[in-house]
Design a protein around this ligand. Sequence first.
Ligand SMILES: [Zn+2]
Length: 322
Amino acid sequence: MKKQLFILAVLSMLSIIILSSGCGHQPDYLPENSDSSGDLSVFEPKQRGETTEKSETTETRETTEKSAEFTEPARLMPTEPPVKQEDFRFMTAGHYKPEYHERYIKYSEANPRLSHLDVVTYVNIGLDFPFYSEEIKKQVEDPHSYLVLSNKYIYLPESFVPEGYAKTDGRVLSLRGEAQKQFDKMRSDAEKDGISINIISGYRSYAIQREVYNNYKRNDPAGADTYSARPGHSEHQTGLSADINTASSTAGFENSKEYTWLNENAHNYGFILRYPKGKEWITGYIFEPWHWRYIGVETAGKLKESDITLDEYHAIYLHKSH
Ligand SMILES: [Zn+2]
C-alpha cells in the first residue's frame, strides 16, 4: 500500500513537471517583446491586431469609396467600367455602326451623362464634329427621296434640281410635286378654320442659295450660319421646304394663330417643323417657326409623336453601314 502511494506521488509530481515544462515552451510563440509570464492575455493584442488590421483596411476602403461616390464624383472616372464593357453596350444599339466605333467611345468619354443609345444617335448624325467639318462632310445618296436629309454635314450636289423644275428656276414660291399638292390641301383646310398660310419661299436653286448665304455672311459673319444654310446644304434646294408667311425671327410667328394651327395639324399633311426650339444644337439652326418640311404623312406622324428631328430620325432608323 505504501509502495502504491509512493508510485502515485511520483506520478503526480512527474505530471506536474511535464505540465509546467509544457507551459515553459509556450513563450516561443509569443511576440518578441512579450514577457514569458504565461499570461494568455499577451496573445490578445496580436490576435486583435491581425483582425483589427484587416477590418481597418476594409473600413478604410469602404469609407474612401463612399466619400468618393458622394463628395468627389470626378474621382470616380478612373474606376468607370472598363472600355470592353462600354464597347459591348454600344454594339447592342440597333443603329450601331462599326465604322464609328472609336468615335462612340470618344464622344461618350466627353459626355459621360449621355446614354449609350444617345451617344450612337448623336455620333451617327456627326455631332462629335463641328458643323460643316470637312472630315465627315458627305453628299446625299438619294436627293430625289422625299425623306432626303440635307443638314450641316450632308449636302446636295451642286447640279441637283428637283423634279418639275428647270435649272434656270432660281427662287420660287412653290414646292415639288407631292409636297405642293399636300401644301395646297393643308392651306385650303386651314382656310376653313380661318387660318391663312402662304409660301413666301419654296424651292431655291444652288446658285440662289449661294447668293442668299453670301449676303447674310457679309453682313453678319458670326451669326449667318445659325439661320442661313451654305449652298448645297439648304433644304430649300430639295423643293420640299417652305417658309410660311415670314422668314424673320423678329416677326413673332411662334405666337401667331397660324403657327399654333400648323403645330397641331401640319403633320397630318406630311409637314414637320424642321428647326424646333431646344434642338438647335442638333440642327445647327435657330428656332425657325416658319420653316416647314414635307416628308410624307406617315413619317411626319412618327416624328411628331416621338418628338425627334429629321436628323435624329435618319441617325436612328435610316442608318447605313459602309
Ligand atoms: Zn426656310
